[in-house]
Structure formats: C-alpha cells, structure tokens
Design a binder for this molecule. Structure first.
Ligand SMILES: [Zn+2]
Ligand SMILES: [Zn+2]
Length: 125
C-alpha cells in the first residue's frame, strides 16, 4: 500500500549524522577534545574527520560576514596553537547544511587525513 519512495528523507551517508531528527551541532555533545569555547562558537575535533572544526552557536547556515571572519580567525588560531599543518577552511556543509560550521583541513592532505600535532602540545594539568 504505502510503497511510495520518500526520497527527501533518505539518510545520506555522512559524517556527523546518526540522529536525523536532532541537530548534533546544537546538541554540542562533548564527544571529542574541545579546543575553545565562548559565547559565539565552540571549536572541537570532528569525531568523524579527526580535524578541528568551528561551530557557531546559532542554528543558522548564514552568519553575517563579521561573524564568519571571527569564526575563521579563531579556528586558525586554535590550529596554529595545536597543529603544525598549514590548513584551509572548508565550510562546505555537506552533512549538516542548516547549521554553520567549518572544518580546518590540512593543505596538501588527501581526504580526511588528521592534522599533525605539535610536539610541545601537551595537556596542561
Ligand atoms: Zn543546530
Ligand atoms: Zn567532519
């Protein structure tokens, strides 16, 4: 009877999304290391891609340019503090298209290769 294909709801193979009904980014579960947080955003390691990503605290895909610049600047600062790689900012939001976030991916690295940690990057106790 009900054999209609609900194509709009088919899950896309992706990072981040195992729960489709909720927004993982709003949930902000601390599943991985957090590098930074403030009232504007948080920066954590993407548990799927193993690279740092910045997440705006607002559920909206289009922050104003001033916000976007600040998010990118914070992400670059975090990466240069903790990692040796040159990065580029990838804000193509394939998996969660309605909540702004951006990954820091290594330049010249393929796919989802993790960034290289600074040797001096030891946790402060
Ligand atoms: Zn959200
Ligand atoms: Zn990711």
């Amino acid at each position: 009877m009900n054999d209609a294909v609900v194509s709009g709801l088919a899950p896309v193979a992706s990072c981040h999304t195992s729960v489709m009904a909720e927004c993982d980014l709003c949930e902000a579960a601390r599943l991985s290391e957090w590098f930074h947080e403030d009232e504007l955003c948080w920066i954590a390691e993407c548990e799927v891609c193993s690279v740092p990503m910045v997440v705006w605290r607002v559920h909206d895909p289009n922050p104003p340019d001033s916000v976007k610049q600040r998010l990118h600047a914070l992400l670059r600062a975090v990466v240069s503090e903790h990692f040796v790689d040159e990065i580029y900012i990838d804000d193509n939001m394939r998996n969660i298209p309605d909540h702004y976030h951006a990954h820091a991916r290594g330049r010249g690295k393929w796919g989802m290769q993790p960034l290289e940690r600074r040797l001096s990057d030891e946790p402060n106790c």
